[in-house]
Design a protein around this ligand. Structure first.
Ligand code: HEC
Length: 151
C-alpha cells in the first residue's frame, strides 16, 4: 500500500499550480484506480488477449468473458463454487470438463496456461462480483443462441 501514498503525493505535487477544480478531477480519477479490484487488471492482462469484449463478433478468438460468466454462474451459484470451477477449468481445460461445448466447436479447446491459484481466484472473484463489459453485439447474439450451447 505504500506506493499508493507515493502516487497521491505525486498527484498533489503535480497539481500545485492548477486550479482547484483540476486538482479535484485528478484526485477523483486516482481514487478510482486505487480502489480497482486487482482481479480486473489480471483478467485484462492474462485473459483479454482472447476474451476481450472489444473484438468484432466475426474476428473473435474466444467467447467474451461475459459469455463465460453467464455459462458458469446461474442463480444460486456461490462465489466459492464459481472459483472452484474456474480453477478446475484452468488446471484442466479439456473437452470433457467444458461447460461451453459450442465454443469448443467454434474456437477449439482453450490452450492450457499455467497461472497461480491466487491469480485465478482473484480474477474469478472480480468476475463474480462485478459487471463484466459486454461487446455491443452480445445481448442480441446471446438471446438468439440461448439454449443451443452455441457461443
Ligand atoms: C490464447 C487464448 C486464450 C486465453 C489467453 C484465455 N483463454 Fe479462456 N478460452 C479460450 C478459448 C478459445 C475458449 C473457448 C473454447 C473452450 O471452451 O475451451 C476459452 C474458454 C474459456 C472458459 C470456458 C471453458 C468451458 O469450455 O467451459 C473459461 C472459464 C476461460 N476460458 C477462462 C479463461 C481465463 C480465466 C483466462 C485468463 C486467466 C483465459 N481463459 C485466457 C482461449 C483463451
Amino acid at each position: 500500500m505504500r506506493h499508493l501514498g507515493y502516487i497521491l503525493g505525486l498527484v498533489l505535487i503535480g497539481c500545485t499550480n492548477n486550479t482547484q477544480s483540476d486538482y479535484l478531477a485528478v484526485s477523483i480519477s486516482e481514487e478510482k484506480i486505487i480502489q480497482e479490484h486487482p482481479g480486473k487488471r489480471l483478467m485484462e492482462t492474462y485473459c483479454y488477449a482472447c476474451h476481450t469484449p472489444e473484438t468484432e463478433m466475426e474476428n473473435r478468438l474466444a467467447p467474451p468473458m461475459i459469455a463465460v460468466k453467464r455459462h458458469y454462474i446461474s442463480e444460486g451459484t456461490t462465489k466459492e463454487e464459481f472459483q472452484k470451477e474456474m480453477l478446475n477449468w484452468m488446471n484442466n481445460p479439456t473437452e470433457a470438463n467444458s461447460k461451453m461445448p459450442g465454443a469448443i466447436r467454434r474456437f477449439g479447446v482453450m490452450p492450457n496456461q499455467k497461472f497461480s491459484e491466487d491469480i485465478i481466484n482473484s480474477i474469478s472473484e472480480y468476475i463474480f462480483e462485478n459487471e463484466i463489459e459486454e461487446p455491443i453485439w452480445f445481448e442480441d447474439h446471446f438471446q438468439k443462441r440461448k439454449g443451443r450451447g452455441n457461443h
